[in-house]
Design a protein around this ligand. Structure first.
Ligand SMILES: *Cc1c(COP(=O)(O)O)cnc(C)c1O
Length: 415
């Protein structure tokens, strides 16, 4: 997997020290310094090539430097790069229309509206503000699931379950309660006419690629409708084709045909350019946030919108939804069939996959894979996450399957 080392300005000692001296230490030490990418591969500063099976955490839908994507972004930047939201642009309007067409099979119901943000956490902030506006003083409660990850800004953090993320920043916006994952009886018991919204990930990504059990979303829809609460689906990681359908909740065994009230998107939406969206569905959507009640300088910026339109266009033109469904099924079957003693099972849909390990050695396996030229993510101590570019080929996936057993073996011998 190693190409001849090239001399470049990026090569040489000192990156780790410079990073450590200049950047806030929120992410730990970076594993490599990456300098370029093409398709499903990236290269580090020493010229080594890696198969990128994480895709910038489910972001690089088209891989790296896809020509149609680069052309669209370049063209937009060379034409009109930014205007404030006092003005509209064709790219922004076109993207909103496109999202309304694909967020629900057959198109969004009449009255649906899009709010553009710049990231996942901001999309959820917008959704939380919609929930507050919907609920008012009569509905102070918001429900989320144990294991939920909805972002790191204060509102989205209030919806995020992990204590280590939340507790240093309390008090957080109030009213959020967590119910056990996948437990419909618990959701039913927590539900009431004082609930403004229920936030759900159809597949919990950060918790280790955990799909909601079949039937859960359909029942959650019934319960929220009966109580008059919003059903907010966070498809930030699972949406935009990652599961072989535009949205994870379009998979019949996941979504059961539900139409949520709000869908939040980011990650794969921009294919690497920062953009998020909160799509409100149905006739009351337009009233959830009114003039002056929310805003953003950059949200829906024409370059970001052009990037997202290019992502959607390439997914359509290259038939990537069918490709993801097919390759995802193949890869999950092959993983499950590897028969390695350290592999306990496989979870996920499409190209959002977790390989479950029998021991908490995911970090060591990921490190061994990185040394072998493969980027994966130890999402849990006992699970590896794969969220590769949707353009990954079968041959590339096979090269990973070929390398995995040795990395699993090596884990036991690493410190
Ligand atoms: C990544 C993620 C977020 C937060 O998105 P950012 O762009 O990192 O703010 C929210 N929800 C889910 C499900 C995510 O995977």
């Amino acid at each position: 997997m190693t190409e001849p080392t090239t001399t470049s300005a990026a090569t040489g000692p000192g990156w780790a020290q410079r990073y450590g001296a200049a950047l806030m230490n929120t992410f730990g030490a970076p594993q490599r310094v990456l300098v370029r990418g093409e398709g499903a591969y990236v290269w580090d500063a020493d010229g080594r090539r890696y198969l990128d099976l994480l895709g910038g955490i489910a972001v690089n839908a088209l891989g790296h430097a896809h020509p149609a994507y680069v052309a669209a972004v370049t063209e937009q930047l060379g034409t009109l790069g930014h205007v404030s939201n006092f003005f509209a642009t064709p790219a922004q309007v076109g993207l909103a229309e496109k999202l309304l067409a694909l967020v629900t099979p057959g198109g969004a119901p009449a009255g649906s509206r899009v709010f553009f943000a710049n990231s996942g956490t901001e999309a959820n902030e917008a959704a939380l503000k919609m929930a507050r506006r919907h609920g008012g003083a009569a509905r102070p409660r918001v429900l989320a699931l144990e294991g939920a990850f909805h972002g790191r800004t204060m509102g989205a953090l209030a919806l995020t379950h992990k204590a280590a993320y939340r507790e240093p920043f309390e008090p957080l916006p109030g009213g959020v309660e967590f119910v056990p994952f996948g437990d419909l009886a618990a959701l039913e018991a927590a539900m009431g006419d004082d609930v403004a919204a229920v936030f759900l990930e159809p597949i919990q990504g950060e918790a280790g690629v955990r799909p909601l059990p079949p039937g859960y979303l359909a029942r959650a829809r019934e319960l929220t409708s009966a109580a008059g609460a919003l059903l907010v689906l966070d498809e930030i990681q699972s949406g935009m084709g990652r599961t072989g359908t535009w949205m994870a909740h379009h998979l019949p065994h996941v979504g059961g045909g539900v139409v949520p009230d709000v869908v939040t998107l980011a990650k794969g939406l921009g294919g690497g350019f920062p953009i998020g969206a909160a799509v409100a569905l149905g006739e009351h959507a337009a009233t959830l946030l009114g003039p002056g009640q929310h805003g953003t300088t950059f949200g829906g910026n024409p370059v970001a919108a052009a990037a997202a339109l290019a992502v959607i266009g390439v997914i359509e033109d290259e038939g990537l939804l069918a490709h993801v469904a097919e390759l995802g099924t193949w890869l999950r079957e092959k993983l499950a069939g590897l028969g390695h003693a350290r592999l306990a099972g496989v979870r996920g849909e499409g190209l959002l996959i977790a390989a479950e390990l029998t021991e908490p050695v995911a970090a060591q396996v990921a490190a061994a894979l990185l040394d072998a030229g493969f980027i994966v993510n130890p999402v849990r101590a006992d699970a590896l996450r794969l969220a590769p570019p949707l353009v990954l080929t079968t041959a590339q996936a096979q090269s990973f399957l070929d390398a995995l057993p040795a990395a699993l073996d090596a884990a036991g011998t690493r410190p």
